[in-house]
Design a protein around this ligand. Structure first.
Ligand code: MLT
Length: 263
């Protein structure tokens, strides 16, 4: 891990390899280690996996969270690392942030992998659930948030058969700073509708990937999103839930590598 200063914050970043950049954007309430297998194994590319502000070992200011702030942090990180363009790989909230980068600086994006994410904004019920989680985090910290998220994040196969992955994901969530949890939930609540962006992505290589057992973003939601992007590839990861990079790491790395070979 190295630290990079961007937009007055210090971000913790894992990076390996030479060549064109692949920027991995983690979901909520996770951190850069979500991508540890892909960072280790996706040779031929410069793999960059930061902790977003408020997560992992990056700074977690008391305020200043928004999709715009996450996107600007990442653009600034690419500047600092001397990378003009990058393939963005975003999981769930990471996908929402990838959409924000595309709205701001589409010329910096040379390919896009959308994983277990959605383009539509929160429903009123979704917003109310986030408000409850914000109250829980403020009153009782990250541990009950992790407890509530865990059964939704992992597929039933992982919950039953992969105690190592269950423990790893739980640890990742439990160490997330409360300011980062609250900031991310407020940012997701306020995120814009990204559906108008989808038909405009036709000139770009796009891969949509979803876990077969994802309870947060179903394969049918992802399929509808992929169908709205001209030429997008679509892949369902069997036996995985909402976090395929840890649940089926080898398959995910190979599938991304196959996609990258045509970027
Ligand atoms: C995530 O995995 O990033 C979150 O589940 C996304 C969300 O809550 O909308």
């Amino acid at each position: 891990m190295e630290r990079f200063r961007t937009n007055e914050l210090s971000l913790a970043v894992d990076f390996r390899g030479e060549g064109p950049a692949v920027l991995f954007i983690h979901g909520f309430p996770l951190d850069r280690t979500l991508w540890r297998h892909q960072v280790a194994e996706l040779t031929g590319w410069c793999r960059i996996a930061p902790d977003l502000r408020g997560f992992g070992e990056s700074d977690s200011p008391a305020s200043g969270y928004s999709m715009a702030a996450y996107a600007e942090d990442l653009l600034s990180l690419l500047d600092v690392m001397g990378k003009q363009g990058a393939v963005l790989v975003g999981l769930s909230m990471g996908g929402y942030i990838a959409f924000e980068v595309l709205r701001r600086r589409p010329e910096r994006v040379i390919g896009l992998v959308l994983m277990d994410t959605r383009a539509d904004p929160d429903t009123p019920e979704g917003t109310a659930a986030r408000d409850l989680m914000i109250a829980t985090a403020r009153e009782r910290g990250a541990v009950p948030v992790a407890g509530a998220m865990l059964p939704k994040l992992l597929g039933e196969d992982s919950l039953r058969e992969r105690p190592d992955v269950v423990a790893e994901v739980r640890r990742m969530m439990e160490r997330t700073p409360v300011a980062g949890i609250v900031g991310a939930l407020e940012s997701m609540k306020a995120r814009p509708d990204s559906r108008p962006l989808l038909p405009t992505l036709g000139g770009m290589p796009v891969l949509a990937v979803v876990g077969e057992q994802d309870r947060i973003v179903s394969p049918s939601v992802m399929r509808t999103m992929a169908d709205a992007i001209p030429g997008a590839e679509f892949e369902v990861v069997s036996g995985a839930g909402h976090v395929p990079p840890l649940e089926r790491p080898g398959f995910v790395t190979d599938r991304i590598a196959r996609f990258l070979s045509r970027v």
